[in-house]
Design a protein around this ligand. Structure first.
Ligand code: SF4
Ligand code: SF4
Length: 183
Protein backbone atom coordinates (compact mmCIF):
# COMPACT_ATOMS: atom_id res chain seq x y z
CA UNK A 1 0.00 0.00 0.00
CA UNK A 2 1.40 3.40 -0.89
CA UNK A 3 1.09 6.31 1.53
CA UNK A 4 -0.03 9.86 0.92
CA UNK A 5 2.41 12.09 -0.98
CA UNK A 6 3.99 14.98 0.89
CA UNK A 7 6.27 17.78 -0.24
CA UNK A 8 9.77 17.80 1.18
CA UNK A 9 12.30 20.61 0.79
CA UNK A 10 15.80 19.37 0.07
CA UNK A 11 18.46 21.92 1.04
CA UNK A 12 21.89 21.74 -0.53
CA UNK A 13 25.09 23.70 -0.15
CA UNK A 14 27.30 23.30 -3.17
CA UNK A 15 30.99 23.77 -2.34
CA UNK A 16 33.15 25.32 -5.03
CA UNK A 17 36.55 24.38 -3.68
CA UNK A 18 38.36 26.48 -6.30
CA UNK A 19 36.85 29.67 -4.86
CA UNK A 20 37.65 29.00 -1.21
CA UNK A 21 40.64 31.01 0.11
CA UNK A 22 40.67 29.47 3.58
CA UNK A 23 39.55 32.63 5.40
CA UNK A 24 37.50 30.53 7.89
CA UNK A 25 34.71 33.12 8.15
CA UNK A 26 32.27 30.22 7.73
CA UNK A 27 33.67 28.48 10.83
CA UNK A 28 33.53 31.65 12.93
CA UNK A 29 29.97 32.58 12.01
CA UNK A 30 28.68 29.02 12.38
CA UNK A 31 30.03 28.77 15.92
CA UNK A 32 28.67 32.25 16.77
CA UNK A 33 25.21 31.46 15.40
CA UNK A 34 25.04 28.22 17.39
CA UNK A 35 26.41 29.60 20.64
CA UNK A 36 23.90 30.04 23.44
CA UNK A 37 22.68 32.74 23.63
CA UNK A 38 23.19 33.33 19.89
CA UNK A 39 26.33 35.32 19.01
CA UNK A 40 27.54 35.27 22.63
CA UNK A 41 30.85 33.73 21.53
CA UNK A 42 32.72 32.32 18.60
CA UNK A 43 34.98 29.33 18.71
CA UNK A 44 35.68 27.53 15.43
CA UNK A 45 36.19 24.32 17.42
CA UNK A 46 32.39 24.35 17.87
CA UNK A 47 31.69 24.93 14.20
CA UNK A 48 29.70 22.50 12.07
CA UNK A 49 31.90 23.25 9.08
CA UNK A 50 35.66 23.03 9.09
CA UNK A 51 38.10 24.11 6.45
CA UNK A 52 41.01 21.81 5.71
CA UNK A 53 43.84 24.15 4.86
CA UNK A 54 47.07 23.64 3.00
CA UNK A 55 48.22 27.25 2.40
CA UNK A 56 51.54 26.40 0.74
CA UNK A 57 49.68 24.46 -1.94
CA UNK A 58 46.73 26.87 -2.03
CA UNK A 59 44.34 24.03 -1.15
CA UNK A 60 41.32 24.77 1.02
CA UNK A 61 38.47 22.30 1.39
CA UNK A 62 35.39 23.15 3.48
CA UNK A 63 33.82 20.00 5.00
CA UNK A 64 30.37 19.95 6.63
CA UNK A 65 29.59 17.94 9.77
CA UNK A 66 27.35 15.03 8.85
CA UNK A 67 25.87 12.09 10.71
CA UNK A 68 27.09 10.90 14.09
CA UNK A 69 28.69 7.43 13.85
CA UNK A 70 28.38 5.34 17.01
CA UNK A 71 31.30 3.09 16.02
CA UNK A 72 34.36 3.78 13.92
CA UNK A 73 34.51 2.40 10.37
CA UNK A 74 36.20 -0.92 9.59
CA UNK A 75 38.14 0.75 6.75
CA UNK A 76 39.87 4.09 6.23
CA UNK A 77 40.23 6.46 3.33
CA UNK A 78 43.19 8.59 2.44
CA UNK A 79 43.39 11.37 -0.14
CA UNK A 80 46.31 12.71 -2.13
CA UNK A 81 45.70 16.14 -3.71
CA UNK A 82 48.42 17.92 -5.71
CA UNK A 83 50.97 15.52 -4.20
CA UNK A 84 49.99 16.26 -0.60
CA UNK A 85 48.85 13.18 1.30
CA UNK A 86 46.16 13.98 3.87
CA UNK A 87 45.56 12.20 7.17
CA UNK A 88 43.29 9.19 7.18
CA UNK A 89 39.62 10.19 7.25
CA UNK A 90 40.56 13.88 6.74
CA UNK A 91 37.53 14.64 4.59
CA UNK A 92 35.02 12.48 6.47
CA UNK A 93 31.86 14.29 7.61
CA UNK A 94 31.07 12.01 10.55
CA UNK A 95 31.46 12.70 14.23
CA UNK A 96 32.98 9.36 15.22
CA UNK A 97 34.73 7.79 18.24
CA UNK A 98 38.09 7.52 16.44
CA UNK A 99 38.78 11.27 16.15
CA UNK A 100 37.99 14.66 17.68
CA UNK A 101 36.45 16.45 14.70
CA UNK A 102 32.87 17.65 14.91
CA UNK A 103 32.54 17.28 18.66
CA UNK A 104 31.68 19.91 21.25
CA UNK A 105 35.07 20.61 22.88
CA UNK A 106 33.67 20.56 26.46
CA UNK A 107 31.03 17.85 26.40
CA UNK A 108 32.23 15.70 23.47
CA UNK A 109 28.67 15.72 22.09
CA UNK A 110 28.50 15.29 18.32
CA UNK A 111 28.02 18.31 16.09
CA UNK A 112 26.02 18.17 12.89
CA UNK A 113 25.22 20.85 10.34
CA UNK A 114 21.52 21.68 10.75
CA UNK A 115 21.43 24.16 7.85
CA UNK A 116 20.97 26.89 10.47
CA UNK A 117 17.42 25.81 11.30
CA UNK A 118 15.85 28.66 13.20
CA UNK A 119 12.58 30.44 13.77
CA UNK A 120 12.07 32.68 11.84
CA UNK A 121 13.89 30.78 9.10
CA UNK A 122 16.96 32.35 7.53
CA UNK A 123 16.91 33.10 3.85
CA UNK A 124 20.29 31.39 3.52
CA UNK A 125 22.49 29.55 6.05
CA UNK A 126 24.97 31.77 7.86
CA UNK A 127 28.10 30.21 6.36
CA UNK A 128 26.74 30.88 2.86
CA UNK A 129 25.90 34.49 3.75
CA UNK A 130 29.37 35.12 5.15
CA UNK A 131 31.38 33.43 2.45
CA UNK A 132 32.34 36.52 0.48
CA UNK A 133 34.09 34.43 -2.17
CA UNK A 134 30.90 32.60 -3.19
CA UNK A 135 32.55 29.27 -2.50
CA UNK A 136 29.35 28.10 -0.78
CA UNK A 137 26.21 28.16 -2.90
CA UNK A 138 22.83 27.47 -1.34
CA UNK A 139 20.11 25.67 -3.30
CA UNK A 140 16.65 24.40 -2.41
CA UNK A 141 14.38 22.05 -4.30
CA UNK A 142 11.06 20.38 -3.57
CA UNK A 143 10.58 16.64 -3.80
CA UNK A 144 7.50 14.51 -3.35
CA UNK A 145 7.90 11.77 -0.76
CA UNK A 146 5.66 9.12 0.77
CA UNK A 147 4.11 9.94 4.15
CA UNK A 148 6.05 6.99 5.69
CA UNK A 149 9.37 8.60 4.71
CA UNK A 150 8.40 11.84 6.47
CA UNK A 151 7.45 9.80 9.54
CA UNK A 152 10.77 7.94 9.45
CA UNK A 153 12.70 11.23 9.26
CA UNK A 154 10.78 12.55 12.26
CA UNK A 155 11.59 9.43 14.25
CA UNK A 156 15.31 9.67 13.42
CA UNK A 157 15.33 13.33 14.51
CA UNK A 158 13.53 12.57 17.77
CA UNK A 159 15.79 9.62 18.50
CA UNK A 160 18.92 11.74 18.16
CA UNK A 161 17.42 14.43 20.42
CA UNK A 162 16.47 11.77 22.97
CA UNK A 163 20.04 10.35 22.83
CA UNK A 164 21.43 13.82 23.47
CA UNK A 165 19.04 15.18 26.10
CA UNK A 166 17.20 12.11 27.42
CA UNK A 167 13.67 11.07 26.53
CA UNK A 168 12.15 12.58 29.67
CA UNK A 169 13.48 16.04 28.89
CA UNK A 170 12.18 15.82 25.31
CA UNK A 171 8.70 14.77 26.56
CA UNK A 172 8.68 17.64 29.10
CA UNK A 173 9.67 20.13 26.41
CA UNK A 174 6.98 18.90 23.98
CA UNK A 175 4.36 19.07 26.77
CA UNK A 176 5.45 22.62 27.64
CA UNK A 177 5.39 23.69 23.99
CA UNK A 178 1.91 22.27 23.44
CA UNK A 179 0.64 24.04 26.59
CA UNK A 180 2.03 27.38 25.41
CA UNK A 181 0.45 26.90 21.95
CA UNK A 182 -2.95 26.26 23.55
CA UNK A 183 -2.60 29.19 25.92
S1 SF4 B 1 34.05 31.54 4.24
FE1 SF4 B 1 34.15 30.72 2.13
S2 SF4 B 1 36.18 31.26 1.41
FE2 SF4 B 1 36.22 31.50 3.64
S3 SF4 B 1 36.96 29.49 4.37
FE3 SF4 B 1 34.73 29.38 4.39
S4 SF4 B 1 34.19 28.48 2.39
FE4 SF4 B 1 36.31 29.19 2.24
S1 SF4 C 1 24.68 25.66 7.30
FE1 SF4 C 1 24.61 26.65 9.31
S2 SF4 C 1 24.93 24.90 10.72
FE2 SF4 C 1 25.61 24.22 8.71
S3 SF4 C 1 27.80 24.67 8.70
FE3 SF4 C 1 26.74 26.42 7.72
S4 SF4 C 1 26.48 27.88 9.41
FE4 SF4 C 1 26.92 25.89 10.33
Amino acid sequence: MTGEKKKKVVKTIKVDVDKCNGCRACEVVCSAFHSMPKYSGNNPARSRIRVIREPLKDIYVPVYAGEHAKAECMGRDKYVIDGKEYEECAFCRASCPSRNEFKEPDSGLPLKCDMCESDPALEKPMCVQWCLNDALIYEEREEEVEEEEVQEELEIGLESLANKYGLEKIMDTVARMSMSKKG
